[in-house]
Design a protein around this ligand. Structure first.
Ligand code: AMP
Length: 195
């Protein structure tokens, strides 16, 4: 988006699990139960990813940092690379809507593209519109795991809002509405960063 690379730690971990790499074997149990993968594992992964040349044109971190120690490590990684964070975007959605969105979410095994059984259904059930790959429900999008993920979010991730507010980086948008409306709010919130 906006010429920046999207770096999703969840996507990287799911690929590692599917490819049965050592990282995937280490992370699988945590992901399956909705717990966080240990900070040291994630921080190394992000530090390595940010060294790739495609990050030179800008990047958007998706799903990272998720704990205060991860945020502190990110500060250190960026400082050493001579980079700074421009903005942290917080998308506000009620727990009820989060559960509805996650439980109906379907992910493409091939390209990682997303759809939703009710809000954004594919043209052909079970088939990704973008690449024709198979759509599946992530284990951690099952309802009992969602509840655990929300708890983990409240205790470990929510404090990051204050961390970034204090640093003047936090921008907040309302995440309830149609995809296009929310996209417009994101662009508005990012302001001059994307113009
Ligand atoms: P996501 O696709 O961002 O919802 O991430 C899926 C799962 O991957 C999470 O529930 C965690 O188990 C793991 N994960 C992704 N990003 C992180 C992170 N920054 N720190 C710890 N675990 C993570």
């Amino acid at each position: 988006m906006f010429g920046a690379v999207q770096i999703s730690t969840g996507d990287i971990l799911r690929k590692a699990v599917a490819d049965q790499t050592p990282l995937g074997q280490q992370a699988a149990g945590f992901i399956h139960s909705g717990a966080l993968v240990p900070d040291s594992v994630i921080v190394n992964l992000v530090a390595e990813r940010l060294k790739e040349p495609d990050c030179g044109k800008g990047f958007m971190l998706d799903g990272f940092p998720r704990t205060i120690p991860q945020a502190e490590s990110l500060d250190e990684i960026l400082k050493q690379a001579g980079l700074t964070l421009n903005c942290v975007l917080s998308v506000q959605v009620s727990q009820e809507i989060i559960v509805e969105r996650l439980a109906g979410r379907r992910t493409c095994r091939q390209c990682g593209g997303l759809s939703h059984v009710a809000f954004n259904p594919p043209n052909v059930a079970g088939v990704c519109d973008r690449c024709g790959g198979e759509l599946y429900q992530r284990d951690d999008d099952k309802e009992q795991t969602i509840a655990h993920r929300l708890q983990v979010y409240e205790t470990q991730t929510a404090p990051l809002a204050q961390y970034y507010r204090e640093r003047g980086l936090l921008r907040t948008i309302d995440g309830v509405g149609e995809i296009e409306q929310i996209r417009a709010r994101v662009i508005e919130a990012l302001g001059d960063l994307v113009r």
